[in-house]
Design a protein around this ligand. Structure first.
Ligand code: NAD
Length: 470
């Protein structure tokens, strides 16, 4: 279902698709894609709502969005069931993520009250400069399947808090929680402020990004999807925020707390079944502690519990689809002869799209499993002999979303914090993350900031007003 101008309406596109529980492969819903006409209707509703919404006070928008946080909290059980079934997240993990969803609303809701500009003063003689931060207009938001509700909230709340209106298109694989969330939001927001259209990327998504009434596109997804969206935004001379893929290196030195590093890197590499743009998928270990690290890593991975996503004890869920599972297995099938699989390496012997947690070593830097974002519970282990080699390996892919360095030498960690080409660098940590944490991709990981006040500022444009004193 779409929600346009406050009303629930049937999409009118040609294709119908099944929504599947990835833990079982069972169909849980059947939906129709949106047509170009549906997208145009949603954008026009958002355009019509813009003047009224943007002229409300930030305090008023804040209050309404805060009510939405309360409403979401009251529906926690419903969202738990929806997201676990549609995305295949283990229920205990999603319970934590749900807390971030509610907190993300409360944080973002206040963004309009906290915007900053340069000081108003007479930069030119006889003229007073003042700066305004204004909303841009209609935001076209496009989200992926790995954190459907969290990603939707990360875009919707700051964009609306600073006065924009929005049309959001969730992933065609996982639309259910976004549609329900937009439905709840429409209980507190004026009609047209927040609209949702469901459908695929190249049809519905592309219709949204090329609509001339969309003022800014906020996209989270793959590099290939991002290239298409960035091109479409460029042709319309629209601003675009691109949160794309990653392939995070974790550099572990001999002077690190090796058991702690192995434990946290196992957890952050397998988080969300490795379908996490900042997962510690590339482990770069100093050669002198490689065996100690690998032994501790394998022990941690041995304790992982793969199973039903509604079982509270499950820690590893399935991949999102048969396609993603086949893609991950493809990387393993094509490993070079030098590679060794230290654990896992196969589909799990059960229904759904599960892959055993896998560790691969014996790889070269140019191997495809090192150079590409695999997006699966697969960790690679490579060794290095000195700082320069570690840095070269860490920086040696097209991505630049996040990285971590593990060492007790503060001079070394601060050099790495400076030299790692990534928008987020952890020191003796990995994947500590919450709604306050601004993300800014380098290289093929995108551009533009998401999360926190800096992220909210992306949804504004600066106006400089110069007033003569005569
Ligand atoms: P994807 O690019 O296939 O799809 C993402 C969204 O874009 C979907 O809604 C899809 O329908 C839409 N889309 C695809 N092609 C489009 C087009 N031509 N025009 C308009 N819309 C289009 O990505 P995915 O497989 O759903 O998500 C996984 C990817 O997302 C991974 O690469 C992951 O790293 C990335 N990701 C990045 C971040 C970040 O903050 N940088 C966060 C989460 C996920």
């Amino acid at each position: 279902m779409n929600i346009i101008d406050g009303k629930t309406v049937h999409p009118t596109g040609d294709s119908e698709r099944f929504i599947v529980d990835p833990a079982t492969g069972d169909e849980i819903a059947r939906v129709r894609d949106s047509s170009d006409r549906d997208v145009a209707a949603a954008v026009s509703a958002a355009s019509a709502a813009f003047d009224g919404w943007s002229r409300r006070t930030p305090a008023n928008r804040h209050a309404l969005l805060h009510r939405l946080a309360d409403l979401l909290e009251q529906h926690s059980e419903e969202f738990l069931k929806l997201e676990v079934a549609n995305v295949g997240k283990p229920i205990a993990a999603f319970r934590e993520e749900f807390g971030d969803c509610v907190d993300g609303i409360r944080l973002g809701a206040a963004a309009g009250r906290n915007l900053t500009t340069p000081a108003a003063t007479e930069y030119l003689e006889g003229v007073t400069s003042a700066f305004r931060r204004e909303p841009i207009g209609v935001v076209g938001a496009i989200t992926p399947w790995n954190y459907p509700l969290l990603q939707a909230i990360a875009k919707i709340i700051p964009a609306l808090a600073v006065g924009n209106t929005m049309v959001i298109k969730p992933s065609e694989l996982t639309p259910l929680s976004t549609v329900r969330f937009v439905e709840l939001a429409n209980e507190v927001l004026p009609p047209g402020v927040l609209n949702v259209v469901i459908g695929d990327g190249t049809g519905t998504g592309a219709a949204l990004t090329r609509n001339p009434a969309v003022g800014i596109v906020s996209f989270t997804g793959s590099v290939v999807g991002g290239q298409a969206v960035a091109l479409s935004a460029a042709l319309g001379l629209r601003k675009a925020i691109m949160e794309l893929g990653g392939n995070a290196p974790a550099v572990v030195f001999a002077d690190a707390d090796v058991p702690r590093a192995a434990s946290l890197l196992a957890a952050s590499g397998l988080f969300n079944a490795g379908q996490e743009c900042m997962a510690s998928s590339r482990l770069l270990i100093h050669q002198s502690v490689r065996d100690e690290f690998v032994e501790a890593l394998l022990a941690e991975i041995g304790a992982v519990r793969l199973g039903s996503t509604f079982d509270e004890a499950t820690t590893l869920g399935p991949l999102i689809s048969q396609k993603q599972l086949d893609r991950a297995v493809g990387f393993l099938d094509r490993l070079p002869s030098s590679a060794q699989i230290l654990c896992g390496g196969s589909r799990a012997d059960r229904g759904g799209y599960f892959l055993e947690p896998t560790v691969v070593t014996g790889l070269g830097h140019e191997d495809e499993i090192i150079q590409n974002e695999v997006f699966a519970p697969i960790l690679t282990v490579q060794t290095f002999s000195d700082d320069d080699e570690a840095l070269t390996l860490a920086n040696g892919t097209e991505y630049g979303l996040s990285a971590s360095v593990w060492s007790s030498n503060s001079g070394r960690t601060s050099r790495f914090a400076r030299d790692l080409k990534a928008g987020m660098v952890w020191i003796n940590e990995h994947l500590k993350f919450g709604p306050d944490c601004a993300v800014n991709g380098f290289g093929a990981s995108g551009f533009g900031i998401e999360n926190g006040l800096l992220g909210a500022t992306e949804f504004t444009r600066l106006k400089h007003v110069l007033t003569s004193q005569h």
